[in-house]
Design a protein around this ligand. Structure first.
Ligand SMILES: C[S@@+](CC[C@H](N)C(=O)[O-])C[C@H]1O[C@@H](n2cnc3c(N)ncnc32)[C@H](O)[C@@H]1O
Length: 276
C-alpha cells in the first residue's frame, strides 16, 4: 500500500514510522543486504557507498567483530548482554550467537529506532530471556530503569556499544554516558565498542561518505584511534586492545586483508575492580 509519494508502508511499519526520511538503522540494513528498508534508505545507502565503495565490507566486518566478541564473552562466563544501539535484527544477532553456546544467556536489545525494536520483538516472540526496548542510550537513567527487571544487576553484564557511538557527539558526553552504564554493572562486567574513524587507509573517502551521511541521514562523529581508546578509560582492555575490526581476535583461517581499509576500530574491556 503506498501512503506517500516516495515510500511504501508494509504491514511491519506502523504509522509512527517516517517512511520519507532515511534512518541510520535502515541504511545499515541496506548495506547488510537486509529487507527492512525503504527507497529513501536505499537511495541514501547508494550515495554513501558511491563515496566509499568499501563501506559494505566494513559493515560486514563490524558484524563479524560483534559475533567474535559475543563468543569471547560467553567463553568468559558472561551470560547477560545489554546491546545498546542494537539495530534491525539480521542473521547472527547477539542472542543467536550467545544461545548457540549457552541457551540460558539473557539479552536486552535497545534501539532508538522503532523499526529495529518492532522487528527485534517480532523475532523474539516467545523467547523468555530476550527483550527489545525502545530508548535513547544517551539517557542511561531511563534505560537502566527500563531494563532493571530484565537483567540481573548482581551478576556480570556485557554492555555492547557496537557501531553506535559515532552517532553520539562529544556535546552528549559519550564518556559520561559509558561511565553511567559501567557504574550500574558489577565487577566482571565488560564493555565492547566498535567505532568509525578517519584513521584508516582512505580518510578522504571516509570523510566524503560521512558528509553524505550527515546530509541525508543524521549527525556522525568520526573519532581518532586515540579518542576511541579513551572511551575505554574505565575498563581494562582485553588483548589485543583497540585495533582495526578484522584484527580483533580473528578466527583461525579468517582473512584479515588490509586492516586499515576497515576505517573502524574495535575493542573490549573488563570493568576495573573498585579502587583500581
Ligand atoms: C550502525 S547500527 C549498529 C547495529 C548493531 N549494533 C551492529 O553493530 O550491527 C547503529 C544503530 O544505533 C541506533 N542508534 C543511534 N543512536 C542511538 C541512540 N542515541 N540510542 C539508541 N540507539 C541508537 C540506530 O538506530 C541503529 O540501529
Amino acid at each position: 500500500m503506498r501512503v506517500t509519494e516516495r515510500g511504501e508502508r508494509p504491514a511491519w511499519a506502523g504509522p509512527e514510522i517516517d517512511v520519507d526520511r532515511p534512518s541510520a538503522a535502515r541504511v545499515y540494513d541496506v548495506h547488510l543486504g537486509g529487507s527492512h528498508n525503504f527507497q529513501v534508505d536505499r537511495d541514501a545507502a547508494a550515495q554513501i557507498t558511491a563515496a566509499m565503495p568499501e563501506l559494505p565490507d566494513i559493515l560486514r566486518a563490524n558484524r563479524s567483530f560483534l559475533r567474535r566478541a559475543v563468543r569471547y564473552l560467553v567463553g568468559q562466563g558472561v551470560t547477560q548482554f545489554l546491546d545498546l544501539g542494537s539495530g534491525i535484527p539480521t542473521v547472527g544477532n547477539v542472542h543467536e550467537i550467545a544461545w548457540q553456546i549457552d541457551p540460558d544467556c539473557r539479552i536486552v536489545y535497545v534501539d532508538i529506532d522503532p523499526i529495529a525494536v518492532a522487528h527485534s520483538n517480532a523475532i523474539l516472540q516467545g523467547a523468555f530471556n530476550a527483550n527489545a526496548v525502545l530508548g535513547d542510550l544517551r539517557d542511561p537513567d531511563r534505560i537502566l530503569a527500563d531494563v532493571k527487571d530484565l537483567l540481573d544487576f548482581s551478576r556480570p553484564i556485557a554492555v555492547l556499544m557496537v557501531a553506535v557511538l559515532h552517532f553520539i557527539p562529544d556535546s552528549d558526553d559519550p564518556k559520561g554516558v559509558i561511565r553511567r552504564y559501567l557504574d550500574a554493572v558489577p565487577e566482571g562486567s565488560y564493555l565492547a565498542i566498535s567505532h568509525a574513524s578517519l584513521d584508516g587507509s582512505a580518510p578522504e573517502r571516509a570523510e566524503a561518505a560521512t558528509e553524505r551521511f550527515r546530509n541525508r541521514v543524521t549527525d556522525f562523529s568520526m573519532r581518532t584511534r586515540a579518542e576511541i581508546t579513551a572511551l575505554f578509560d574505565d575498563v581494562e582492555l582485553v588483548d589485543p586492545g583497540v585495533v582495526y575490526l578484522t584484527e580483533w581476535r580473528p578466527d583461525e583461517g579468517d582473512d584479515i586483508g588490509d586492516p586499515k581499509r576497515m576505517s573502524q576500530f574495535a575493542g573490549l574491556g573488563r570493568k576495573k575492580q573498585a579502587g583500581n
